[in-house]
Design a protein around this ligand. Structure first.
Ligand SMILES: *[C@@H]1O[C@H](CO)[C@@H](O)[C@H](O)[C@H]1NC(C)=O
Ligand SMILES: *[C@@H]1O[C@H](CO)[C@@H](O)[C@H](O)[C@H]1NC(C)=O
Ligand SMILES: *[C@@H]1O[C@H](CO)[C@@H](O)[C@H](O)[C@H]1NC(C)=O
Ligand SMILES: *[C@@H]1O[C@H](CO)[C@@H](O)[C@H](O)[C@H]1NC(C)=O
Ligand SMILES: *[C@@H]1O[C@H](CO)[C@@H](O)[C@H](O)[C@H]1NC(C)=O
Length: 258
């Protein structure tokens, strides 16, 4: 029994921003409280950092925040009413500030957001939401699915791209028949995935956890297996691979192992 690691679908990560406007959650909404956020600024910051939060509300100085199951509507209020909400939405533009009436739905354009909510086995729930504005009310609609196809994948964040990584298991023996080229071809046959390694120590830990899950789930026999990970040294370390600084996890792009 042998494995190889491969990558599947990739997604661009969208930065989010908080947009503060006058508004009030519908009375049917279920608020979470954060008594630690003692100012509105802290409340907005808390929501921006809390992965499950999509709206913060200044309820007479108390910090309230909302998860996607618990809110569908926000009523627009006036400046005089002094009620404030902060919507978490995708960063609109790389170059210019948006303008128009009734932000975050500038001039009746739907606003969008994405939450990645940690799940089991490093396969988070991805909640995509749309905010529509109609006659003084913003309404949320939600679409929820796992970020990766199954729990046999883990999600890796590499710069601004997310990768779903999994292990391909084949019963080939002897292990020597399991060449690098065969591994590349096997990955390519899985919806154009690519053979990969670990780009840092945290990814190595995820790979190790995934292998022990596969063992405990009985997906591979206990007696023996081989594992192929792809990898190469960073450009800077290719010339001086044996220096101390090039022998750490931080500077290797994953190790080549059979
Ligand atoms: C929000 O919804 C989640 C999931 O349904 C639930 O666990 C949580 O208690 C709710 N929060 C409030 C404040 O009701
Ligand atoms: C508030 O602070 C306490 C103590 O630091 C902490 O245990 C608690 O989790 C915090 N609550 C929130 C909602 O951040
Ligand atoms: C929005 O995206 C642009 C381009 O990626 C970036 O320069 C800017 O800092 C982002 N804004 C925020 C608040 O993240
Ligand atoms: C969810 O949002 C992400 C980021 O904007 C996007 O790439 C993806 O296609 C969306 N998924 C669905 C099902 O709308
Ligand atoms: C390839 O992608 C299709 C469509 O997204 C999916 O139905 C199928 O299960 C994928 N195959 C593999 C091997 O991941």
């Amino acid at each position: 029994m042998k494995f190889l690691l491969f990558l599947a679908s990739l997604l661009l990560v969208v930065d989010s921003v908080m947009v503060v406007v006058n508004g009030k959650p519908d009375p049917s909404s279920k608020a979470n409280q954060n008594p630690n956020a003692t100012s509105w600024e802290k409340c907005v910051k808390y929501c921006s950092e809390e992965v499950t939060c999509l709206l913060a509300y200044d309820n007479e100085g108390k910090c309230e925040w909302f998860q996607h199951e618990n809110i569908t509507k926000v009523k627009q209020t006036t400046v005089l009413e002094e009620e404030k909400v902060a919507f978490k939405v995708n960063n609109f533009s790389t170059s210019s500030c948006p303008s128009g009436l009734n932000p975050p739905t500038f001039d009746n354009q739907d606003a969008h957001g994405v939450l990645l909510i940690p799940g089991e086995y490093d396969n988070p729930n991805r909640v995509n939401y749309t905010i529509k504005y109609t006659a003084g009310t913003w309404e949320f609609s939600y679409f929820e699915q796992n970020a990766c196809p199954t729990d046999f994948f883990v999600l890796l964040q590499r710069e601004n791209i997310q990768w779903c990584m999994s292990t391909e298991i084949t019963p080939d023996r002897p292990f020597t028949s399991f060449s690098y080229d065969a591994a590349v071809t096997t990955c390519d046959n899985q919806n154009g995935s690519v053979l990969t390694g670990a780009t840092n120590a945290a990814e190595m830990e995820k790979i190790k956890t995934m292998q022990s899950n596969l063992l405990s789930w009985g997906a591979v026999p206990q007696e023996s297996f081989a594992l192929r990970l792809d990898g190469k040294r960073t450009t800077a370390c290719q010339a001086t691979p044996r220096t101390a600084s090039c022998m750490t996890d931080e500077v290797r792009k994953g190790v080549h192992e059979d």
